[in-house]
Design a protein around this ligand. Sequence first.
Ligand SMILES: Nc1ncnc2c1ncn2[C@@H]1O[C@H](COP(=O)(O)OP(=O)(O)OP(=O)(O)O)[C@@H](O)[C@H]1O
Ligand code: SF4
Ligand SMILES: [Mg+2]
Length: 341
Amino acid sequence: MTITDKNIAIEVRNLKKYFPVQEGFLASLFKRSENKYVHAVDDVSFAIKKGETFGLVGESGCGKSTTGYLIVQIEKLTSGSIYVKGVDAVTLSKSELNEVRKELQIIFQNPYESMSPRFSILDIIAEPLRLLNIIEDEDEIQKKVLEELTDVGLIPAEDFLDRFPHELSGGQRQRVSIARAFALDPTFVVADEPVSMLDVSIRVGVLKTMQELSKKRGTAFLFITHDLALARSMCDRIAVMYLGRIVEQGPTEEIVHNPLHPYTKALIAAVPVPDPDARRTEELPIVGEVPSGIDIAEGCRFHPRCIYVVDECKKIDPQLEPVKDNYSVACIRYKEINKIK
Ligand SMILES: Nc1ncnc2c1ncn2[C@@H]1O[C@H](COP(=O)(O)OP(=O)(O)OP(=O)(O)O)[C@@H](O)[C@H]1O
Ligand code: SF4
Ligand SMILES: [Mg+2]
């Protein structure tokens, strides 16, 4: 099957990643062996348009990074589909998949770990261009690298070519990572907590660079963060994840001003929103800690922490359903809770 909407750059359907759990030695001796899995990503679907920034938010361990890694093929899927420019990458042969890989790029949290300290900045950005034979002429490669450095604000670009990662600041190194990801003119870029290791004073500048570049180049951009305020400043749309599932998804301002899912309400209540019009939900504490992704509760997986839980929630596993234009939520009681007729 293919996707025919030309505006959609990437679409994932029913993504699942279950990690097998290694039992301790003693436990495996005394217990009957039983296969257990962490349901890191458990039936996640979304589409990102060209030039759109889509945010994945949620508490630690809810499956944000794993979702990103699955799309760029760092992690192998348990099941699901990943449509890149309309074609399901999961069905491709190894050689076809190598072609598609250049369309899927990632910017990691720690730029220092993701680049070889022995490579010059020229070589760090040029390496994938050379390896994938995207540009063969060395003068053309250098020209491309200079353009990319300029586009990420490392100017004059010539001054950076022969420098090494340790000679740059954290912000400059992250800008090099951005340049390397975008140099391949990818269809899709995922940035996983890309500024959390940077000094607060330079975060906005680095984020703005990524946002402008993806808009200018028409790249589908997946922004992963646990920080809802950051997601608000960056994203056109947001998906809120809880224990491997998306529980609410819609345009950023609608979600921030009028969240429908009890979990999103609690997340937003915990964030100082510098906007007097935003609906605050202080009366909504969240109960307990994030449970493990191993023994997931029956019915709605949020029910052990939800203050609106009723018996039905323990039986029905709510699916993400469209509730209005471009907006979906997974809660059987969202109408009552939000007084929607
Ligand atoms: N390689 C792995 N093997 C086993 N379990 C894993 C592996 N990678 C992730 N997990 C588990 O999968 C779940 C989702 O992890 P993931 O790193 O995707 O969460 P996250 O939302 O990115 O969290 P954080 O905000 O802390 O980065 C967690 O329970 C995690 O412990
Ligand atoms: S389905 Fe029930 S438990 Fe789940 S979020 Fe809605 S009200 Fe809470
Ligand atoms: Mg993560």
